[in-house]
Write a protein that binds this ligand. Sequence first.
Ligand code: MN
Length: 403
Amino acid sequence: MTWLDLAPGEPFGIHNLPYCSFASRGMRAVGVRIGDQVLNLSGAEEATLIDAGGALAGSSTVDRFLVAGRPTWSRVREQIIALLTDEHRRPAAQRLLSPFADDETGLQMPFAVADYVDFYSSEHHASNVGQIFRPGQQPLTPNWKHLPIGYHGRAGTVVVSGTDVIRPAGQRMPADAPAPVFGPSTRLDIEAEVGFVIGTGSRPGTAVSTDDFRDHVFGVVLLNDWSARDIQAWEYQPLGPFLGKSFATSISPWVVPLDALEAARVPAPAQDPPVVGYLTETDRYSYDLTLEVRWNGTVVSRPPFRTLYWSPAQQLAHMTINGARLRPGDLFASGTVSGPIRSQTGSFLELTWGGTEPFTLEDGSSRTFLLDGDTVTITGTAPGPNGSVLGLGEVTGTVRAAP
Ligand code: MN
């Protein structure tokens, strides 16, 4: 039991402890969230209350902590729990606690993104997009059930929750038009996803086995892969998404450590046909994460992560099977999380079926794609130990007009 006074059912209790980079009184530090406060971990290591081998003292992001590796991550987590539960250490720990603003404005990018990769692992999403983008054809491409399809995104435009998203301009090809037109996107969309943060890297030429997932992955973030569907539809064949996605990708300020998600492990869906050797798993599992998408405050969907066809371990094995190395700070995202029904879709493309079925928000206004001034917030929860529920925080962003 923690000595902190937490409400029953607190989603940021002692079993969660997500990491962040926060600003307080003119300094930046690494912290973990407990209730509505942040415990300054950089200060805790400087005061020798915890020992991360120097990876947290003087740090403003988790970059050096990511390099430290699984044994250090787990040991420091136990030290933090001890600090917040041992009554004798309460006076020392209390000096390192500070409230953070509800709007999370004091929170920064928790780590420097090295490479960013995004997958396409939901069969429901891929099938929906296939029907909308390529009507009359097979919705799933012939490769879809043999490998987790992905593309390389743009690490430099991954931004922290709360950052405004400027409507991108680009080329689009209107139906029946003689030539493409240029201008601000008219079909700006979201993709509700979960991102996985790599800590321990790998050597060039070496593939990472599905069994080694936990050795390399530090934790998870919520992720919004903002997507300009009109730009994407015109540019994506044959090399995949490019400028329709690279303008902005938002992540939550909290990195929930994998150690917090042990109780959320669930079997991943069965796969048919069987997958090739490097994609097989001795212990095939996913995580029971439920996302919630709000459009200007109206809940429009609750995408279930556990329904994804390709597991996170398969995604990691696939992205390294050619020998491409991992670096600390690499970020790979699950792809849009969509369940089998309309109220579980992770994109507005699906929610409004290509813009043909407008959605009515609680204020009575109607939407197909995003308008300037619209705000999208994705939150998430996971089951914790003993029937508790863990919060994954939120990733939010507001659309601003193209300049
Ligand atoms: Mn995506």
